[in-house]
Design a protein around this ligand. Structure first.
Ligand code: NAD
Length: 377
């Protein structure tokens, strides 16, 4: 693992989730931008001091010649570091699990996706919400035509934690997220809008044709948007509306997706992740529970506990890790991955996210907020 050291947010979620199924073992790391703090952290985590590195360059130099070199490296650092770290790892022959957004700039995303494709290395991207079993259930039901042709997709990711200028009061996570050089051009739209955009496309299967966007910065002194509204037109005529906000009081992590078709709709809310609401044309609204007998195989194989025993964020993240392990194993063994190793977010999905952000900011910055087609959809 690179990043995710003392006081970091997402690194610990990766450590917990990767261990859940026993497919991964954390054996080496460069956990901190400060080499000494990173090594101390690694040793405190119980890692071999010889594999507790001060920098990602040292990790590559130390691991590359080992017979038991790491199988893959998780990148849990701020956005602007993803590209140089991933590039160096891929060039040294390592598979990569990279946090979203894939990179801070479109140029880097294009280069990284190309490098991943041409090298044959696996690059998984942790779009967390595509790990939930009931999100897979929604995807399967849409693909089966259960709600008919899609008319509109409404997706939102409201958060409240940046409703005041916490970046000016020593909050490390908010500080780099509001710095365009470290975060990228899109504030809320890059940080969480990319999750929403991926989720909408993952479940609906729709391909974006063009978008127009309105960005706002509500907190005085903030350099990037903290609220975004995006209208989308999908190929085939469906419409979409995406809202991301870091200043939406009352929302701890309110990811919500609603897909409306000709014969029904499906709704999923991240804070009630074990349920999917199906509203068919006849008005008999159903709550489909995780654990229902007739769930799809794609959902069932991502469930660990019996009905009524809640699963959530860590399990969803673990499903991504289990899928990444299966995809890498299958490649090594020269076979097609099982269903667990399919429908995973990979480098191209990461590129699509960054291209989406670029198009959103371009549209919002132009005087007439034009409709723009991202370079990867
Ligand atoms: P953070 O600021 O809490 O932690 C970043 C960590 O990276 C720190 O430990 C820091 O010391 C380390 N670091 C920075 N540069 C480094 C370098 N060159 N070498 C080694 N370590 C380095 O950040 P965070 O909130 O955990 O976010 C990290 C990444 O995860 C971001 O890309 C963010 O968008 C993403 N993220 C994803 C999700 C999700 O749901 N998938 C949730 C939160 C964050």
């Amino acid at each position: 693992m690179i990043g995710g050291g003392q006081g970091a947010y997402i690194g610990n979620i990766h450590r917990l989730a990767s261990r859940l199924d026993g497919a991964w073992q954390l054996v080496a790391g460069a956990f901190d931008v400060d080499p000494e703090r990173g090594r101390d952290f690694a040793i405190a985590e119980g890692l071999d001091p010889a594999r507790s590195y001060g920098s990602y360059q040292d990790l590559i130099a130390g691991e590359a010649p080992r017979a038991d070199r790491v199988d893959a490296v998780a990148i849990c650092t701020p956005n602007f570091t993803h590209y140089p770290i991933a590039k160096a790892l891929i060039e040294a022959g390592f598979d990569v699990i990279c946090e979203k957004p894939l990179t801070a700039t479109l140029e880097d995303a294009v280069a990284l996706e190309k490098l991943a494709r041409e090298s044959g290395r696996f690059v998984g991207v942790t779009y967390t919400y595509s790990g939930y079993p009931m999100v897979h259930e929604a995807r399967v039901r849409v693909a089966k035509g259960e709600i008919g042709a899609i008319r509109t997709v409404q997706v939102e990711y409201p958060l409240e934690w940046m409703a005041t200028a916490i970046e000016q009061q020593g909050n490390a996570q908010a500080a780099w997220r509001t710095d365009p050089k470290k975060n990228g051009r899109g504030g809320s739209i890059g940080d969480i809008g990319t999750h929403a955009y991926h989720l909408a496309g993952f479940v609906s299967g729709l391909k974006l044709q063009a978008l127009t966007a309105d960005l706002a910065t509500f907190v005085p002194g903030r350099a990037l948007d903290d609220n975004a509204h995006v209208m989308m037109r999908y190929e085939g005529g469906a419409r979409g509306l995406l809202w991301s906000s870091q200043v939406a009081l009352g929302n701890s992590n309110g990811v919500r997706l609603r897909v409306f078709g000709e014969t029904g709709s499906l709704s999923w809310f991240q804070e009630q992740p074990n349920e999917l609401i199906l509203a068919p044309l006849d008005g008999r609204v159903q709550t489909i529970k995780r654990g229902a007998d007739d769930l799809s195989e794609d959902a069932k194989l991502r469930i660990r506990t019996p009905p009524g025993h809640p699963e959530g964020y860590l399990e969803a993240f673990a499903n991504l890790y289990a899928g990444f392990a299966e995809a890498i194993r299958a490649r090594t063994e020269g076979r097609v991955p099982s269903a667990l190793g399919q429908n995973l977010p990979v480098a191209y999905d990461g590129l699509k996210g960054v291209a989406f952000v670029e198009a959103v900011v371009d549209s919002a910055e132009a005087a007439d907020q034009p409709w723009i087609t991202p370079i990867a959809v």
